[in-house]
Design a protein around this ligand. Sequence first.
Ligand SMILES: NC(=O)C1=CN([C@@H]2O[C@H](COP(=O)(O)OP(=O)(O)OC[C@H]3O[C@@H](n4cnc5c(N)ncnc54)[C@H](OP(=O)(O)O)[C@@H]3O)[C@@H](O)[C@H]2O)C=CC1
Ligand SMILES: C[C@H]1O[C@H](OP(=O)(O)OP(=O)(O)OC[C@H]2O[C@@H](n3cnc4c(=O)[nH]c(N)nc43)[C@H](O)[C@@H]2O)[C@@H](O)[C@@H](O)C1=O
Length: 324
Amino acid sequence: MSDSIDFLPGRLDRAAPFYVAGHRGLVGSAIWRNLEAEGFQNLVGRSSSHLDLKNRDDVFAFFAETKPRYVVLAAAKVGGILANNTYPVDFLSENLQIQVNVLDAARKHGVERLLFLGSSCIYPKFAEQPIREDSLLTGHLEPTNDAYAIAKIAGIVQIQAVRRQYGLPWISAMPTNLYGPGDNFSPTGSHVLPALIRRYDEAVRAGATSVTNWGTGSPRREFLHVDDMAAACLHLLEHYDGPSQVNVGTGSDVSIKELASIVADAVGYNGDMTWDTSKPDGTPQKLLDVSLLAKAGWTASIPLVEGVRRTVEWYKSNATDLRE
Ligand SMILES: NC(=O)C1=CN([C@@H]2O[C@H](COP(=O)(O)OP(=O)(O)OC[C@H]3O[C@@H](n4cnc5c(N)ncnc54)[C@H](OP(=O)(O)O)[C@@H]3O)[C@@H](O)[C@H]2O)C=CC1
Ligand SMILES: C[C@H]1O[C@H](OP(=O)(O)OP(=O)(O)OC[C@H]2O[C@@H](n3cnc4c(=O)[nH]c(N)nc43)[C@H](O)[C@@H]2O)[C@@H](O)[C@@H](O)C1=O
């Protein structure tokens, strides 16, 4: 693996067709907003009900019809620790199908720049912290999300293989845990941050004096606001071209207990907090080393407390119209 920045690709053409796969999801919708704000005039998106990316023939027909010049692959089966642990076959199989179809069709139709999104869970469960890109495949994965992680690792390898075999300047980014407007707030399927917002908001509304969160509260996680993530994606497409996946995070982490207090303050919950230790903790710490990203010229700008405040505000305005 090389951490050198081999080639600076430069500004993308704002008039070229740009396909955002998964444009209605947490990350895809933020990328779409950012690209619009940055002047892209020819954005292409399809919901899963219009184009199921698991259907290979439909994916190839879509690329033949729309001929995107740039692609961000932000479509995936995504969920929190419990969903990953309960439905590993779905997380492995659906993600492999989506990735292979989109990457094969993009290659056949000569997509110039493509960004594949993985996740920080690709790294070994006990990787040295902060986790460097070259920790990949140096140890055992966290069992609650190994199936999902293997699919994401296959995606990284497919990007590297396309670079090697076809010489295309495609890249991969590995985001840390993300949050923000448009997140999945399902009590059982979501990630921790939206789950806590919903739980604490419901507690305030119900006048409850105690809430129970999952696990021990001691695991440490790093949280990046999705608007920062979207900005990082465009930055990487315009400034980075190397075979190594690039970690995308803030460079600092908090314990789940600390996060719960931040969310409680933002929502206005003053009661007790207990912990259901029958639920899994997952990996003890996930903090990314973001020096390669910094070398490429990008750092996060939205502090966690501010990001949580904005997300709570968004949640309160949209709580009646959320996806499950
Ligand atoms: N959320 C997080 O904390 C993190 C996310 N990531 C990565 O970021 C990417 C985006 O995640 P996120 O935005 O959170 O996920 P979401 O669940 O919010 O969005 C996923 C999107 O994928 C689309 N999709 C899923 N299956 C299909 C399918 N078969 N055909 C077409 N579209 C499909 C959905 O489309 P539709 O809405 O139309 O059904 C949805 O818009 C993923 O690769 C994920 O691994 C990485 C690290 C952390
Ligand atoms: C992004 C990442 O997301 C997942 O991994 P994870 O980092 O473990 O994510 P999580 O947000 O679900 O949990 C973080 C921590 O928080 C604790 N926790 C407390 N209370 C709740 C709670 O109510 N819900 C959830 N989900 N977790 C809770 C929970 O017990 C754990 O200790 C993988 O899918 C993985 O594949 C992946 O890529």
